[in-house]
Design a protein around this ligand. Sequence first.
Ligand SMILES: Nc1ncnc2c1ncn2[C@@H]1O[C@H](COP(=O)(O)OP(=O)(O)OP(=O)(O)O)[C@@H](O)[C@H]1O
Length: 253
Amino acid sequence: MTQTDVILAAKELCIEFNGFRALDGASFNVRRGHIHALIGPNGAGKTTCFNLLTRFLTPTSGTIHLNGDDITALPPDEIAQRGMVRSFQISAVFGDMTVLENVRVALQRRKHGASFDFWRSESVLRGLNAEAEQLVHAVGLSEFIHLRAAELSYGRKRALEVATTLALDPQMLLLDEPMAGMGHEDVKRTAALIREIARTRTVLMVEHNLSVVAELCDRITVLARGQVLAEGDYASVSQDPKVIEAYIGAGHA
Ligand SMILES: Nc1ncnc2c1ncn2[C@@H]1O[C@H](COP(=O)(O)OP(=O)(O)OP(=O)(O)O)[C@@H](O)[C@H]1O
């Protein structure tokens, strides 16, 4: 693997909370264009790892490189500007706005700066409609484009959240348990959406649903107790005795 194949390199990441090492020297590389999963038993450090990558938390030690640049000390906004964006939490979807309006606000944010400016003129907003419609279509919500977001099903709200993230035009998306709480149909639809996104972008996802991981992900990093336990494709990590033991030990068997 050459350096340009690696979009994200995390090296020896450590973070302590009151003396407890939630991450303890975790290193992994994410390859450009891959769907890469971070998995591991409860408390393994997956969410903490996401929080470090997007600088919601600061590592005690270790480095993070994006496209070869050291981003360890950059603020979250700048990391997003450099192309690595974490999918918004569901609370960032405005329930009283329609699907189209939600995506339009996100587009406006990319084009006109980080602050939401609700006073922007109607003509500027109308100018964003074509691009917003394309994004709504891309996540399979065309049929609901004028529906208030609050009226969408849970799975479709998450799809809208992906559309608002894509509006920022990231090279790399971090998805934190994208299928959590979804029924079978929504899981299938979301998996297809992630595959579609990954045709032109890199995806790093934390996911508990191992059948989704098996089907979707090119490469998997298994965390346990803050360390990388195994890495590889699903076939190799799922047969790794250390991985099996970690899951059984944590009551996931
Ligand atoms: N702010 C914090 N203060 C103290 N301890 C924390 C904090 N955040 C996380 N931890 C601890 O760090 C460890 C890793 O937590 P983390 O949420 O990253 O795990 P996870 O792999 O995402 O687990 P889950 O699958 O349950 O979401 C846990 O033991 C957790 O209790």
